[in-house]
Design a protein around this ligand. Structure first.
Ligand code: SF4
Ligand code: SF4
Length: 310
């Protein structure tokens, strides 16, 4: 299939990424902002790494981004940047015996996390398997495009996949600019202003969990979720990579709140919580169900646990 053409850098964020990408790929064609560029363009160009910014610097960056989004989308977008809470390590459970393959989780995730509608980006993929098949690790050849009149279908079962929030994430070690990393609460995040779009992380991820923005995201203005997190659902840019963050804007900003996919699931197939809390539902599942993790042989140690309730 012919890959969509990427147009030349247009925005100052892109100028900085082009510069870094040139450096990462050993190119000498480095794109600096012009000498008479606006001050905010230089501010963006020299933005520090998220983890190195102090509170004042971070506040300034968030303000600049909110202004940029307001100009671009014509709506006020609130960007939070809450840090991980101590004593929290998030984990996720999925009960395969309950999932009916309805894809409500997919669409709830799209809305909550400002995923592009056109072209479509979906962080959750629901796979369909025939009962009795030797299955789950062959994610690439599984049926993602099933489209029956009614679900669930006789003789099939469904397995939703998304970022497995690996404890030992190969995507992180593949990134040449440290634009992706593991936070203390276990969520693997991407800084969209540091990502250079080289897609090494996509090649390294064994779960197909990362998605590339071939164009800028197409989101109708009246459907934008304006409550966002810097490392989560704020609108992304052309030429960067994105993925599930366990709805960081919900689960970190409002402790105890579920990700959108957990909240929407009509059959309670999805479980989520703090694995360090012995009373949490996720901990109960891990301790009492017959759990397994995808591609365990790769030693990625996903914090995403599948099980059969019965
Ligand atoms: S919403 Fe629940 S039942 Fe429907 S596909 Fe997602 S996990 Fe399965
Ligand atoms: S599933 Fe892929 S993107 Fe997610 S943490 Fe693991 S390697 Fe990284």
């Amino acid at each position: 299939m012919k890959e969509p053409k990427i147009s030349p850098p247009r925005e100052h964020k892109v100028a900085r990424r082009s510069f870094l990408k040139g450096a990462a790929l050993g190119s000498v064609a480095l794109a600096l902002p012009s000498r008479d560029a606006d001050a905010s363009i230089w501010d963006a160009f020299f933005q520090k790494h998220f983890r190195e910014m102090n509170d004042k610097e971070l506040k300034k960056v968030l303000k600049r981004l909110e202004q940029e989004y307001a100009e671009k989308y014509g709506v006020d977008i609130d960007i939070s940047a809450n840090k991980p809470l101590s004593g929290v390590l998030f984990g996720y459970g999925l009960d395969l015996s309950r999932c009916i393959g309805c894809r409500r989780c997919v669409y709830a995730c799209v809305g909550e996390n400002n995923q592009s509608r056109d072209p479509q980006i979906q962080w959750i993929t629901v796979l369909r398997f025939k009962k009795g098949d030797k299955w789950v690790n062959d994610l690439e050849n599984a049926d993602k495009y099933y489209n029956p009149d009614k679900v669930p279908e006789e003789g099939y079962f469904y397995m939703p996949t998304q970022c497995q929030q690996c404890e030992n994430p190969p995507c992180v070690s593949a990134c040449p600019t440290q634009a992706t990393w593991k936070e203390d609460d276990g969520i693997i995040v991407v800084d969209y202003n540091w990502c250079i779009g080289c897609r090494y992380c996509m090649a390294a991820c064994p779960y197909g969990a990362r998605h590339f923005n071939w164009t800028g995201p197409g989101i109708p203005k009246d459907e934008i979720n304006t409550k966002t997190h810097y490392l989560g659902n704020r609108p992304r840019y052309h030429g960067i990579v994105e993925k599930c963050t366990f709805c960081i804007q919900r689960t970190r900003n409002t402790p105890g709140r579920y990700p959108a996919c957990v909240e929407i699931c009509p059959v309670g197939a999805r479980k989520f919580g703090n694995m360090l809390d012995p009373k949490s539902e996720i901990r109960y599942c891990i301790e009492n169900k017959r759990i397994f993790r995808l591609k365990e042989d790769l030693n990625t140690y996903p914090k995403f646990f599948y099980f059969f309730a019965t």
